[in-house]
Design a protein around this ligand. Structure first.
Ligand code: ATP
Ligand code: MG
Length: 175
């Protein structure tokens, strides 16, 4: 098999579609028999469709490292900090194991923006990455340094969102 060139891919911006873009990549990778590990920072709800879908998708591991509520910017709960720390540690183990073709760190950019994870720790995950592993980092507010270091950056820009019409979050669309 030809050797794979893993990439660093960033999905950021304030429109809808970053996490679902990463899930699309996961589906595509699984179709090639690849192994995928996703860690969701700042999320902790097992009813999310993607968490339930892992039952049907061998090769797709998903772990949530957050509480099922909003984190207060500037005043995170100690549990938010602890879970983010665990998420970062898990990310290090998963990446260094060289067992995964695709590693997705969902909302890690937001975790940095909220002060739950240090930017330099995210940058050092990139240095840790084995050649064949693709690393996907999602979330609003990706930092300049991260975007510089990445191979690909897509910004999802909001043009309109149904939320503004008062349509609440729905299963299969939002979660
Ligand atoms: P998705 O998970 O649907 O791909 P996302 O990862 O791009 O969305 P986030 O910024 O992580 O979006 O926001 C999480 C949730 O907030 C999503 O379920 C999404 O529908 C909702 N959302 C995203 N963008 C907006 C927006 N501009 N206004 C209101 N709600 C939004
Ligand atoms: Mg998201």
């Amino acid at each position: 098999m030809e050797s794979k060139k893993g990439l660093v891919l960033v999905y950021t911006g304030n429109g809808k579609g970053k996490t679902t873009a990463a899930l699309g990549l996961a589906l595509r990778a699984i179709g090639h028999g690849e192994k995928v590990y996703m860690i969701q920072f700042m999320k902790g709800n097992p009813d999310y469709g993607e968490v339930q879908a892992t039952k049907y998708l061998p090769g797709f591991q998903l772990v949530q490292k957050g509480r099922d509520c909003f984190v207060k910017k500037g005043n995170p709960d100690p549990e938010d900090l602890e879970l983010a720390k665990e998420g970062l540690e898990l990310a290090r183990e998963v990446i260094a194991s060289d067992q995964y073709d695709l590693v997705i760190l969902d909302e890690i950019n937001v975790a940095v923006d909220y002060g739950l994870v240090r930017e330099e720790d995210v940058l050092s995950l990139i240095d840790l990455k084995p050649e064949r592993t693709t690393l996907v980092l999602t979330g609003r507010y990706a930092t300049e340094k991260l975007m510089e270091k990445a191979d690909m950056v897509s910004e999802v820009r909001e043009i309109k969102h149904h939320y503004k019409k008062g349509i609440a979050a729905q299963p299969g669309i939002e979660y």
